[in-house]
Design a protein around this ligand. Structure first.
Ligand SMILES: [Cu+2]
Length: 153
């Protein structure tokens, strides 16, 4: 019971994070990576981008733990889930964009073989403004639930 109350309070607090006038949000938060079910297949990275006062455009992602990283968008076409590369992800001023399963993601090809659930994977995000942001994405296993966002519950 008590845990339920604490969880509810955390949700409320999280909901306040985007209120204007608060301390500036980190440009990249809640980064995580889902490992592939089969070794050698690509993994997918997800995170939330905050545009800050001016907004920005994510133009590339790379990682020392992956040979190549592409920005992708998943979409339902007919009854099949397909994905296509996207050139960039625009983050509006005072807004945010969340990459999440079934939507936008960063696809990681040629993953290092020593990645374990519970560990972290460094990501470097390059923005059109010239800014580079490094984050450590939390690694989850192929069948594990998302550690952040609505799907985390
Ligand atoms: Cu993809």
């Amino acid at each position: 019971m008590r845990n339920g109350i604490i969880a509810a309070m955390m949700v409320l607090l999280a909901g306040c994070g985007s209120t204007a006038g608060d301390e500036a949000a980190e440009p990249v938060e809640e980064a995580w990576v889902r490992l592939p079910a089969v070794d050698g297949r690509p993994g997918a990275a997800y995170f939330t981008l905050n545009g800050g006062e001016a907004g920005d455009v994510l133009i590339a992602v790379d990682s020392p733990a992956a040979a190549t990283v592409e920005l992708h968008e998943s979409r339902i076409e007919g009854e099949a889930m397909t994905m296509r590369p996207v050139e960039a992800i625009e983050v509006p001023a005072d807004g945010s964009v969340t990459l999440a399963p079934r939507g936008l993601h960063a696809m990681l090809f040629g993953l290092a073989s020593d990645l374990e659930p519970g560990g972290t994977l460094p990501l470097n995000l390059r923005f059109d403004s010239g800014r580079d942001v490094q984050v450590d994405a939390r690694i989850v296993g192929a069948g594990d639930p998302a550690p952040f966002g609505e799907a985390a519950e």
